[in-house]
Design a protein around this ligand. Structure first.
Ligand code: SF4
Ligand code: SF4
Length: 401
């Protein structure tokens, strides 16, 4: 299928200036990403990714989870993880018989019509402030707003009946993207890798499904279009960076000043008049330039060492973007063998700490200053990156990092 323009408006006129602030660099090879090439989608149609392990990985999220003796992979660990995913699963499965897997391979369908009575918005700045307040009311931990940017919309989505390409299901005229951040549970993250830790991921998918549906319903009740979205429709990371929520790091995550890398993102596409936030460079790249703790800790060496480049290890990487890019095939292969998600690279990252504590806020200041080497030395001296034993989590003995 060719690479058609995404529906909606052209990129905002300040794209180049925003890219410079956000650290986004594209080359002449840039090609919009096809969701069919996403490694999780490939695991259903591409024999070079699909294996008995990947089939077992997906099966383990249903009742036929295969508990084993290892700590963190017993029945109660899978039971908690799969319960945490349940609300998200209900949404993503409800239209799968029509080829639409909402929240993953297609946007979430509207549960509320757009009101025929359009509320007047004469102050988009005040509306943006109110949207952020409502996002928090529904449970989001962070909220930023940026302009619709064609480049990060998938070139095509997927019909999950046969995993063929399908046109992106996004209405015309979207002008803004509201990006929401959802904090993952810190003690559970300390237990990665384990099926137990997957409950931290599942809980946020379930939270974000409810939050984007409710916030989109508010906007639709105001007489404007709003499309709730999780992993579907487009790449959320560039939108999160452009919305000023954080900075991209070597471990493929967005580092935020509030939670470090320990959060998930969702988004809403809308035509509600809103002012946009600006990217806020923090100084994370300068730390990643001298730190390889995530790449060192990755059990399958899926993360890059060295400087950002436009090298795409395989078809699951977007082409023509200069950045740190993982080998998604190696990463997913490890997840499949584990029968759960892995986030060792999140757990060990020195930015993964509890910033409600004064000492950690002080550490952050140091890390984002020319004293970054001292901050990394300080982090190495602490036990912060160590794995918490799942039995300690079950016994309520989490560390307070
Ligand atoms: S999630 Fe695990 S396997 Fe994947 S890059 Fe991170 S550490 Fe490596
Ligand atoms: S572990 Fe180090 S290199 Fe990796 S993302 Fe965190 S700060 Fe950057």
């Amino acid at each position: 299928m060719p690479n058609p323009p995404a529906p909606g408006h052209n990129n905002p006129p300040d794209t180049a200036a925003q890219d410079a602030l956000a650290g986004i660099v594209t080359t002449g090879e840039f090609t919009r990403f096809r969701q069919r090439d996403d490694v999780f989608t490939r695991a259903f149609w591409d024999d070079s990714v699909r294996s008995r392990h990947s089939d077992g990985f997906f099966a383990s999220y249903r009742a036929d989870a295969a508990p084993r003796k290892g700590e963190g992979f017993q029945q109660k660990d899978f039971a908690l993880r799969n319960a945490a995913w349940l609300v998200s699963d209900i949404i993503s499965n409800r239209s799968a018989h029509e080829g639409v897997r909402e929240g993953f391979q297609a946007p979430i369908r509207a549960d509320t019509p757009v009101s025929p009575h359009r509320a007047e918005v004469d102050d988009p700045a005040r509306m943006a402030t109110e949207i952020k307040r409502i996002a928090r009311f529904f449970g989001a931990d962070l909220c930023g707003i940026t302009g619709f940017d064609n480049r990060w919309i998938y070139a095509s989505q997927v019909d999950v009946r046969d995993f063929s390409e399908a046109p992106v299901d996004l209405p015309e005229g979207m002008t803004s993207v509201i990006v929401l951040g959802h904090q993952m549970d810190a003690p559970l993250v300390q237990t990665y890798p384990s099926a137990l830790a997957g409950a931290a991921t599942g809980r946020e998918y379930s939270h974000e499904a409810a939050i984007v549906i409710q916030l989109a319903a508010f906007i639709r009740n105001m007489g404007y279009n709003a499309v709730p979205s999780m992993n579907d429709t487009g790449l959320v990371i560039p939108y999160a960076i452009k919305a000023g929520l954080g900075e991209y790091a070597r471990n493929q995550l967005v580092i935020t000043p509030e939670f470090g890398p320990r959060l998930r993102f969702s988004k809403i596409f809308t035509d509600l008049p809103l002012t946009h936030d600006q990217p806020k460079p923090l100084g994370v790249k300068a730390v990643c330039d001298i730190c390889t703790r995530c790449a060192d800790a990755c059990p399958v060496k899926a993360l890059p060492f060295g400087r950002p480049s436009d090298e795409a290890p395989n078809r699951s990487a977007i082409k023509g973007v200069v950045k740190w890019t993982s080998d998604a095939e190696k990463c997913f292969g490890y997840w499949a063998k584990l029968a759960s998600d892995c986030a060792i690279c999140l757990r060990v990252c020195p930015f993964n700490r509890d910033y409600s504590k004064r000492s950690n806020r002080l550490w952050l200041k140091l890390a984002l200053s020319p004293w970054r080497k001292l901050a990394l030395w300080w982090d190495d001296k602490s036990k912060r990156a160590a794995r918490l034993k799942p039995r300690d989590w079950w016994a309520g003995r989490a560390r307070g990092d």
